[in-house]
Design a protein. Structure first.
Length: 313
């Protein structure tokens, strides 16, 4: 289960309620990189209370749209089950479901701020536009005082504005963290500073790896507080390995020119996860080599045969 992928899919426009529910179901079964989804379409249909044909059509349309890819097959009691992977790069560029309508922006700009410098709720019965004058001492609408409401996040000064001890790695990590590391998390997480020391002892670059991972993992408010730096360990080590692989790539290799699907295969080949022999076709292998995303030595280590290219007449 990947909370990160589930949250990303939840806030993206997929095109239909059926496709969205199927993709959310698969995100709940996926690893953090989007792979490892193997569950029968019949089970998906039962759990989502849909028809099997509807699930089959939704998955086929998601594959055609590039949001899903077929990775391989896994044995099961009825024969085999197709293993799928979610292409995170493609999902991330879909339109957001949280885009604010333009008319709401204009309405909000006309409303005066209250004593807490937070704009009134658009639909609150005591908002000025509702034509009702609130009684003296009347309680504010709920979101005015709720610390986790997005409108109140702007009243919290960014961590970078405070003086940070540059010689203290934990202080710099706390300063780099976003709203996902709430005050309750900060009070607990400082007790586990030895985790950061372990990262540094393993030779992980502090500025190029550790700080960017902490920023990326704390951009949104969490329901459950983070209580230890160990929460970031897997992501930090994965980013460290990815950086080492990038440094080992041939000079002049341009990853940005590759498609999201090709980058997905490259990350899969360069990682240490299970790779079925049939997952990488000859055309994909040649495309990875041509884009400089991997090497023939790495493909050989992963058991992917590289046939000779046909010479052009």
């Amino acid at each position: 289960m990947s909370n990160l992928i589930s949250a990303t899919v939840q806030r993206r426009v997929v095109g239909s309620a059926t496709r969205k529910s199927v993709l959310l179901y698969m995100a709940d079964k996926a690893a953090d990189d989007g792979s490892g989804i193997w569950t029968s379409k019949a089970n998906i249909a039962r759990d989502l209370e849909l028809g099997v044909r509807a699930v089959q059509y939704a998955i086929r349309s998601l594959v055609d749209a590039g949001l899903l890819i077929e990775i391989g097959q896994r044995d099961c009691k009825h024969g085999y089950t197709v293993e799928y992977g979610i292409v995170i790069d493609v999902v991330s560029v879909l339109p957001s479901t949280r885009d604010t309508p333009p008319d709401r922006d204009k309405t909000a700009s006309r409303r005066p701020a209250d004593k807490c410098d937070s704009p009134p709720a658009p639909d609150a019965p005591h908002a000025p536009d509702a034509g009702v004058t609130p009684a003296r001492g009347a309680p504010l609408p709920l979101h005015h005082v709720h610390p986790n409401h997005p409108m109140n996040l702007t009243t919290t000064p960014p961590a970078e504005d405070a003086a940070v001890d540059k010689s203290d790695p934990q202080a710099r990590c706390l300063a780099a963290a976003g709203p996902g590391l709430c005050p309750a998390s900060r009070a607990e997480i400082i007790k586990t500073s030895e985790v950061i020391a372990g990262w540094l002892q393993d030779g992980i670059d502090f500025d190029a790896v550790i700080l960017p991972v902490i920023r990326a993992r704390t951009t949104q408010i969490r329901i459950s507080p983070i209580r230890t730096w160990g929460y970031f360990t897997d992501a930090v080590r994965a980013a460290h390995q990815q950086r080492l692989r990038q440094q080992a790539r041939p000079q002049g290799a341009e990853k940005t020119s590759a498609s999201p699907q090709l980058r997905f295969y490259a990350d899969w080949v360069n990682a240490d996860r299970y790779l079925p022999p049939s997952a990488i076709t000859n055309a994909t292998a040649h495309a990875l080599l041509a884009a400089g995303l991997t090497t023939t030595e790495r493909l050989a280590q992963r058991g992917v045969p590289i046939p000779a290219m046909k010479e052009q007449p």
